[in-house]
Design a protein around this ligand. Structure first.
Ligand SMILES: [Zn+2]
Length: 119
């Protein structure tokens, strides 16, 4: 690839809006799973549920999913912080701008494509 990356964050794109949308969607999914409160450890299930192994398996699945959702939420929060700090759209590994197409597809991206592939 020639080193002619287009300018990073495109002025035409409302990254804050995209991030807030994603944030709201992740929070809604967590709520649906019963992990609505941020900072909650997620172990708020009624202990009566623990009788059935099927329920235990489902709970494990829900917790795994909730962990993924929380990780994504952390990424989105971090991206919003970078946005307000003015460092949004810069690769955290190499410091080069992240191409606009990547940010549009993945507004919470913290690495350029090359560095993301190395992670
Ligand atoms: Zn990079």
């Amino acid at each position: 690839m020639p080193n002619e990356a287009p300018a990073a964050a495109s002025a035409d794109v409302d990254y804050a809006g995209l991030l807030q949308e994603e944030q709201a969607s992740l929070q809604a999914q967590l709520k649906e799973l019963g992990f609505g409160n941020q900072g909650d450890t997620g172990l708020s299930y009624d202990s009566n549920f623990a009788d059935s192994s099927q329920v235990t398996a489902e709970r494990g699945e829900a917790e795994r999913l909730a962990t993924e959702l929380r990780d994504s939420l952390d990424e989105v929060d971090a991206a919003l912080e970078r946005l307000s700090a003015g460092t949004y759209g810069t690769c955290e590994a190499c410091g080069n701008p992240i191409v606009a197409a990547r940010l549009e597809a993945m507004p919470a991206a913290r690495f350029c494509i090359a560095d993301a592939a190395k992670q």
